[in-house]
Design a protein around this ligand. Structure first.
Ligand SMILES: Nc1ncnc2c1ncn2[C@@H]1O[C@H](COP(=O)(O)OP(=O)(O)OP(=O)(O)O)[C@@H](O)[C@H]1O
Ligand SMILES: [Mg+2]
Length: 482
């Protein structure tokens, strides 16, 4: 049946080509109008075209890109002629349908045909319209009895899936603020951390992932309650417990861009606002070590850091090139920062996550971290046995080992950061086997345990001495001894 229609359509197409070639423009329009009426009378198939460029200024159509991604993921394996469009991360080819190729798709039991086409330009002369003349388009063909299903549901399904693939494949960016001219410097964000590789108790990870997912799905909810679509996370814990790693895992999980804001490089509140307005949606804005930032909480820099500053001045990184004096010239205030987090400015863009990290929760101004501003406080803590198991899979590719029992006991008796555990698990030589690495860790845990015990003894001794000294001072006062 379709073959019969096919040959009839072939004839119609030939006729259309002849009309276009042999008739003058005015007559051609008239004939084409009747021609289409005639075709639709015999042909029960409906066609919808999705051109690559649309609008007055010939902008690339989002729908075209979404369809391209949808077809690449879902139907390209069935196409016979493929085209290598671009290279993803310099590693693998992205294959899409070649021009004038057709693939079938199925939706709720209905067969649909997609074809990839190109309008061949009548001449090779370049003009403003050459883009339009050269343009590619996808054509969707289906039987007219499925018109409602296709137009009301299938196209939506294709575009939604295609957009999700676009965002998954998108090269994400890591932005840092340029201290010289208050702009963001972009770089490709390629951090490999994921929630899977993050060493943390599985229940806590699940909780954070659910929280993030809920956030992304709640656009309407935020609008309904009259709140800007943003969420604040405060990550606190000792150095090396995975705060920065968690941020990378969050960005990879949500496929968001990351804006790493160095507050000390921002001159004043106006610049801070400008930078914030300049961030896109679907972004994580990060302020690391918020307790070290400016006069918000006092300077954290300690003696000996001046030498490090001098070294930084030699570096090419514009941020590091800033002198301490310049950093101190920053006039960002606590109220300026609070305004940026949840003032009217924070509503620009939407769908943004703000993350603060700190090693010293107690040093932060309560106003900065109150709930509603920093909605979720996450404590990144020392490694527990559950976290160790994740690292053992990451670093040694093992889920069980006879030494796990000893390691589990030691984790109950001493503290070690995931960074230190990871360092001990990493094979030092190519031929170092799993057991050697685990024994390194056990040695390190035992050494840490001894050190903790020794520290505790020293502390107790010091406290005892201080107590005695105090008693002696009081006794001298009481008995008037000189
Ligand atoms: N929870 C974790 N899961 C997996 N790897 C971790 C974890 N914590 C630390 N690491 C490892 O240790 C290194 C240092 O961790 P990270 O930079 O995330 O710590 P941090 O808490 O941000 O430290 P700081 O407070 O000094 O900035 C990481 O590169 C990673 O390899
Ligand atoms: Mg960090």
């Amino acid at each position: 049946m379709i073959a019969q229609y096919g040959s009839a359509i072939g004839g119609f197409m030939l006729l259309q080509a002849m009309i276009q070639k042999y008739f003058p423009a005015m007559l051609r329009d008239l004939l084409e109008r009747y021609f289409h009426k005639l075709v639709s009378f015999f042909d029960p198939y409906v066609e919808i075209s999705f051109p690559e460029f649309t609008g007055r200024y010939m902008e690339r159509s989002e729908a075209f890109t979404a369809i391209q991604n949808y077809l690449t993921e879902n139907a390209t394996s069935r196409a016979k002629r493929l085209k290598a469009d671009s290279v993803k991360d310099n590693r693998s080819l992205i294959l899409s349908m070649a021009d004038h190729e057709e693939v079938a798709d199925e939706y709720k039991g209905v067969k649909i045909t997609w074809s990839s086409n190109k309008i061949v330009p009548p001449s090779t002369i370049l003009s403003f319209h050459s883009v339009a003349q050269n343009q590619r388009y996808y054509k969707l063909t289906f039987h007219q009895r499925h018109r409602n299903l296709i137009t009301q549901s299938y196209i939506d399904h294709v575009l939604t899936e295609g957009k999700a693939i676009t965002s998954k494949n998108r090269r994400r960016k890591l932005y840092t603020n340029d201290p010289q001219d208050c702009t963001w410097i972009p770089a490709v964000f390629k951090h490999p951390a994921t929630f899977e590789t993050l060493a943390m108790h599985p229940d806590r990870k699940k909780d954070i992932m659910n929280d993030l997912t809920k956030f992304t799905e709640r656009k309407e909810y935020y609008a309904k309650i009259g709140k800007a679509w943003k969420r604040g996370y405060l990550l606190h814990g000792p150095p090396g417990t995975g705060k920065s790693t968690m941020i990378a895992a969050m960005a990879n999980f949500l496929t968001y861009d990351v804006y790493d804001l160095e507050l000390t490089a921002v001159k004043n509140n106006t610049e801070l606002r400008r930078l914030l307005i300049d961030t896109s949606s679907k972004a994580i804005i990060v302020i690391e070590d918020i307790d070290c930032s400016l006069d918000l909480t006092g300077q954290r820099k300690e003696a000996g850091e001046d030498d490090k500053d001098k070294e930084d001045d030699k570096d090419d990184n514009p941020l590091k090139k800033m002198t301490k004096k310049e950093q101190k010239s920053s006039k960002v205030t606590l109220s300026g920062l609070l305004n940026v987090i949840d003032g009217i400015w924070s509503a620009c863009g939407g769908e943004r996550i703000i993350v603060f990290t700190t090693n010293h929760l107690d040093k932060l101004d309560p106003a900065l971290i109150r709930r509603g501003r920093m909605d979720k406080h996450i404590e990144m803590s020392y490694c527990c046995f559950e976290s160790f198991k994740v690292l053992a899979i990451n670093y040694l590719n093992i889920e069980h080992h006879q030494l796990f029992e000893t390691i589990s006991r030691l984790f109950g008796e001493t503290k070690m950061t995931p960074a230190d555990v990871a360092e001990n698990l990493m094979p030092k030589f190519d031929n170092e086997d799993v057991e050697v690495c685990l024994r390194h860790l056990i040695e390190a845990l035992e050494a840490a345990k001894k050190k903790t015990e020794k520290d505790a003894q020293l502390k107790a001794k010091k406290e005892k001495q201080e107590k005695r000294l105090k008693w002696w001072r009081e006794a001298k006062k009481r008995w008037k001894i000189c």
